[in-house]
Write a protein of this length. Sequence first.
Length: 244
Amino acid sequence: MRILTDIKEELTEEPKETMLSLALLDKEKRPFVLICPGGGYTHLAIEKEGISIQNWLHSLGYHTGILSYQVKDINPNLFLEDLNDVMTYLKQEQFISKIFVMGFSAGGHVAGLIGTKATVKPDGLLLCYPVVSFLEAFSHHGSCEHFLGKYGSEQDKLKFSIEKNVDLNTPPCFIWHTAEDTSVSMANSLALANALNQQKVAVELHIFPEGHHGLGILPDVPHTLQWKRLAENWIINMTKERGK
């Protein structure tokens, strides 16, 4: 894992190794949001679901970092080791109070892995139209194939399906999806919310009627764009409940 200090130009759409690009606002202790862009494990949507999200979160007063994770030819176990290394590093950063992980699409799957598989857990997850399950009948086949390989076993699909790995230690979640999403079915978010509820893990779920996959903070659907305000309020509430 490499650590970059706000060197956005070094982030690529098809990284060969895990990189963490840090962008701390100042030397004040603040909540931190780790951003995981989507891209189906074939590439990373660095601009739309990385840098634009970072700029918005900075305007709210949060430290941020963009996780540039490996895509294609993934070794799942080494991938998890990298995620653990990232969380261990962030927990030791003196200017970070609370850690939240925000993931989009396949980046939502990455965030879910951090919340369920990492030894060091974040304080909360924000999952935006996330890929959750590698199991039928609503698996996102592209993400599954690129993460596990074309012939991933059923055992591995179960191991890396987020909804099957939720337990009492999974952090609280904020989830949003759209009913019109034809790329990643909202059934992913519904299954995860149900699994969280069964384990009595706090979850806030929003299903908006309109909006294409990969919407991010694009202004295409003003009604759906309210997810930003809802997410901001959720983080504020979480930092109050768990201490600043």
